[in-house]
Design a protein around this ligand. Sequence first.
Ligand code: SAH
Ligand code: SF4
Ligand code: F3S
Length: 474
Amino acid sequence: MCRVMVFIGKGEILLRDDFYISQVRGLMAERAGRPPAAFVRTYGCQQNAADGEKIKGLLARMGFGFTDSPDSADLIVFNTCAVREHAEDRVFGNVGALKNNKRRNPNLVVAVCGCMTEQRAVAERLQKTFPFVDLIFGPHVIHKLPEMLYEVLADSQRVLVLGQEERFIREDLPIRRDGGARAWVTAMYGCDNFCSYCIVPYVRGREKSRLPDNIYEECRSLIKEGRKEITLLGQNVNSYGKGLEEPVNFAQLVQRLDGIEGRYRLRFMTSHPKDASKELFDVMAKSRHIPHHIHLPFQSGNNRVLREMNRRYDREKYLSLIQYAREVMPDITFTSDVIVGFPGETYEEFQDTLSLIREVEFVNLFTFIYSPRPGTKAAEMPDPVSHQEKTRWFAELLKVQEEIAVKNSQKLVETVQEVLVEGRDEKTGLLSGRTAGSLVVLFPGGEELVGQFAQVEVTEARGWSLRGRMAENH
Ligand code: SAH
Ligand code: SF4
Ligand code: F3S
């Protein structure tokens, strides 16, 4: 069933929310026979992670505690990603496996949300294939979670709520953050770019920027409570500000945020090369808190492929941005996203991607084999190269990048780096953290350093990661 909800005054909405929150609190406790526990699994990008934190915030308000195991949960939420077929297949597999949980515990509530559900065919398939899924909802209606859960619990009906993009951004949703010393802060929602391979604009809707004051206040309070790294999020942060009454661009926004007092790092992602500006690099160069690192996805090094991808920049423009950034910040590092095997890409064109990688020398790359997404323009394009062949190109790319990564890591040996300690590396038991340039360093140290900055002398470069020890005299 699909329901239509009408936007009413804000005060009324908050009142209604309170009603549903207290109803769900009661109904859920009754159903579980104890304070209910939720298992929330988020797939995909940081935007989705930020949504997951809002979902958890709302659930906490409704009286839920949280568990790491679906087996001990009274509510299971899968917050899904649609960006590649593989990501979707994993979700279908994992949701399918919940059939047994539901059989063991008929009171279990199962919800599937996130980007996958915004593709009508996928939502229908989820609904048909998994009759034990009680609630399916899209990313635009997270704020309605109390009401939707209420309908599931009170009326014992399956609920499907999709595709209702709000004109206004709800600023009052509680957030239960997971990231320890690090925090995500959404700067803008949606994407208007329609890169020809990408599903995101279809499932996330149009770009909407949050007001600078709201972002500022959120960052300020996070820093005040001791967070050490803030990452501003948006699919294309460089087009921040479009549609706001107050004219403000992304460079101006980060410059303002950089003025917040405290010891912290301010990062952002993702930058789109078509909109990344010299002004932004100038602000980074002068800033006190923005590390000299930028994630700047190039996707392909070949101009014909870039045109077909609808990226709206060319190789020369990309390289000129890199050059300018290096002029104003000689120590800057770059990471990027690359797609191998876009429809019609030839081996010669793929070689342009390799040459760009060699030219820029990224410290890290996120590499993907092209995955057709139904409904996108690229999914209709002839794609004659076999998957097997693309896999060979992919392996060739990884080899090139590995050599570069090792070289970049070796440059840091015997230097002292400021590292934000994120936790312990499971394999080695060593502390693990990131340099300003976004390289991982492992080093021995006590638990008290987790979530703190440490000065670490790099002693060894091992492939992707660095080894080090606490620096003396720091
Ligand atoms: N907004 C970001 C990217 C978000 S999606 C940007 O424009 O840079 C993250 C990455 O997934 C993309 O950069 C791209 O490299 C990859 N990706 C997106 N759609 C894909 C597809 N259909 N097949 C393979 N990789 C894809
Ligand atoms: Fe997708 Fe392009 Fe938007 Fe990034 S900018 S989310 S790749 S459409
Ligand atoms: Fe992110 Fe995946 Fe959605 S990459 S925006 S969660 S499709």
